[in-house]
Each structure stands twice: as C-alpha cells, then as structure tokens.
Design a protein around this ligand. Structure first.
Ligand SMILES: CC(C)(COP(=O)(O)OP(=O)(O)OC[C@H]1O[C@@H](n2cnc3c(N)ncnc32)[C@H](O)[C@@H]1OP(=O)(O)O)[C@@H](O)C(=O)NCCC(=O)NCCS
Length: 197
C-alpha cells in the first residue's frame, strides 16, 4: 500500500480504495446516498438510509473510503466510520457496493481499510457493526469481530437515531432497543494483542 497526496492506493487489480477528498465528496455524495436508498428498498433488507449531507460530512472528517474502478474511476463502493461515547466505540456504517461490482471482494477491501484506520486512530475503541448481511458477518468474523448483544455496543442515542430510516425500525422500538433483525458484532481490542499493520 502506498500513500500519495493524501490518498491510499490499494494494490488490488481492478479496483482501488481511496480516502476521498472534500472535492470527491461533492462528486459522489448524491450517488452514494441513492445507492444506499435503492439497496434499502430491496426485499428483506435491513438498511438505514444516509443523506448526501451526512456522507459529505463523513468524507470531510476523513472517516470514509471509496472504491473506484482503476481504469475509468467509476464509483464501485463506499463505507465510513463514526465514533460514539467520546471515542469509546467506533462503528462502520453505510457500506454499499454497486450491484454490478458485487462478489469481487470490494466490501472486504473497504472494511479492511477502515478497520485498520480505526485501529490506528482510535486504538482503545471497541469496533462494532450491525448487519443483516451474511457477507458482512463473514467479513467481520475474518477481521476478529464476534457476535454480541445490543447491550454490548454503544448506548449513545445519536447512534440509534441512525436506525430510524430502516424499514425494521418498528421492531427496535417494540423491543425498547434490545433486539432487532440485525446481528450485532464487536471487536474488543482488549481481547487481541496485536495492533493493526
Ligand atoms: C453486502 C455487500 C456490501 C457485500 O459486498 P461485496 O463486495 O459483494 O462483498 P465481497 O465480495 O467482499 O464478499 C464478502 C465475503 O462474504 C462472502 N459471502 C457472500 N455472501 C455471503 C453469505 N450470504 N453468507 C456468508 N458469506 C457470504 C463472500 O464469499 C466473501 O467471502 P470470501 O472473500 O471469503 O469469498 C453488498 O452485497 C451490498 O452492497 N449489499 C447492499 C447493501 C448492504 O447490505 N450493505 C451492508 C450493510 S451492513
């Protein structure tokens, strides 16, 4: 991996993973938000929507990664991290891969890059995620996350507010925030000796 002008270039073949600039945020935020909206409307999906403004903010905060097709710089995927409870917790959110590029390892690349970013910049933080996706459960497990209960992840109301646009939000409300369709997964740094490379 080499760092060039603030961007991190992955050594993949067809795709590159980059930390986007503020200029990139203007170019991609609308499209990313639309991709997440379309995925959230798919049958059996448990996906919260993310506004273009929210995506711009995460990019400007240097908390987001993009996957681009190397040859023509077509957008292929996106993901970001957020911190909660004064940095005690970090979550990865907004993961999306364009339908035509799925099954090529792009989500794996994006999640790995953000995981290493979180371990370097928030080394004491517990890293967690909520997902209904078997692929994401697989990726998280490979990174060292384990299944957790909702009580093990952040109690920050700001985080849970992000679930309000999910089609399954009524379930979360009915259970007083204890249960929903997403599997919670947690990486606790205290259970792992080594730091990110
Ligand atoms: C979920 C999503 C991000 C996966 O992206 P992707 O780029 O196709 O994923 P990858 O190609 O990196 O595959 C991840 C791994 O999961 C595996 N996998 C795929 N489907 C799986 C399933 N149902 N159960 C278990 N593992 C699965 C793949 O084989 C791969 O493992 P491998 O590298 O060991 O072969 C993509 O399908 C998507 O954007 N879906 C809509 C939005 C969404 O659900 N986002 C997740 C929110 S948490």
């Amino acid at each position: 991996m080499t760092i060039k002008e603030g961007r991190i270039m992955e050594n993949g073949k067809e795709f590159e993973v980059v930390f986007p600039t503020a200029a990139d945020s203007e170019m991609w935020a609308e499209q990313i938000s639309q991709l997440i909206l379309e995925a959230s409307q798919a049958k059996n999906s448990g996906l919260a929507q993310r506004s273009p403004e929210h995506i711009r903010t995460k990019i400007r905060e240097n908390k987001a990664v993009l996957a681009l097709k190397r040859d023509d710089k077509t957008l292929a995927g996106f993901c970001y991290i957020d911190t909660w409870q004064n940095g005690e917790y970090v979550v990865t959110s907004g993961l999306i891969v364009k339908p035509e590029f799925r099954g090529k390892g792009i989500a794996t690349l994006l999640k790995k890059e953000l995981f290493n970013h979180a371990r370097k910049n928030f080394s004491q933080a517990k890293i967690f995620g909520l997902t209904t996706s078997g692929a994401v459960i697989k990726i998280n497990s490979d990174l060292g996350y384990r299944a957790a209960s909702y009580a093990d992840i952040t109690t920050d109301k700001g985080f849970w507010k992000g679930c309000e646009t999910c089609a399954n939000y009524d379930i979360l409300q009915r259970t007083n925030g204890r249960l929903c369709l997403c599997t919670a997964m947690l990486y606790n740094p205290n259970e792992h000796g080594a730091t990110a490379e």
